[in-house]
Design a protein around this ligand. Sequence first.
Ligand code: FES
Length: 226
Amino acid sequence: MFLEETIAKEVVLTIDGREVKARRGERLLWAALDHDIYIPSLCAIREADLPFGGCRLCFVEIEGRQAPVTACSQFVEEGMVVLTSTPKVKRLRRTAFELLLSHHHLDCAHCARNRNCELQRIAAREGFKLKLQRFRRIPRSLPIDSSHPLFIYDPNKCVLCGKCVWVCHERGIGSIDFAHRGIDTRVSTFDNIPLIDSSCDSCLECVQVCPVGSLVIRDGKKSTEG
Ligand code: FES
């Protein structure tokens, strides 16, 4: 009986030719990563009920489906056959990556997160260049918020992954959120007031989850060790 219940809670699928077991109801991205099968991602949060689906880096192909899907939003299914690095998937990821770069202030040499940045990791893993090739740079010169004594927020480096917004709301603080629309979208305090005047309680969790150099602790040290 116990065995039957355990089996029912699991599904078996194939990812890149490897048979893997995953919890029924698990998202494909986590099932792959748990088995050391790399799929790039920037915006996915395992604990979040709903995937944000903003970065579009986690595309995969599933046998029998016409179009690639994002692995962070796809649930695992029994017998599913998944391919994580087909030419179509690579092309879509490359485009998504370049779009992210087009509004990211790229200055790795002077960034506190140099060599500990998710964009750099993804570029290295996927063989992407950290420079624009097909798209035009969208110039941004948003004011840097250095009002807080512990950390600095540079919106020009933000990739809009939403992790800082999620963690701030999850803690019940909600000092920051997405503001504006389209290419003007940014993470901001309510009414764009300085962080020090917001409800921020200095937990620094936003700094911990930022995958790039947009939120960094004030002394310029790396916020997390990768
Ligand atoms: S991780 Fe899936 S869209 Fe960002």
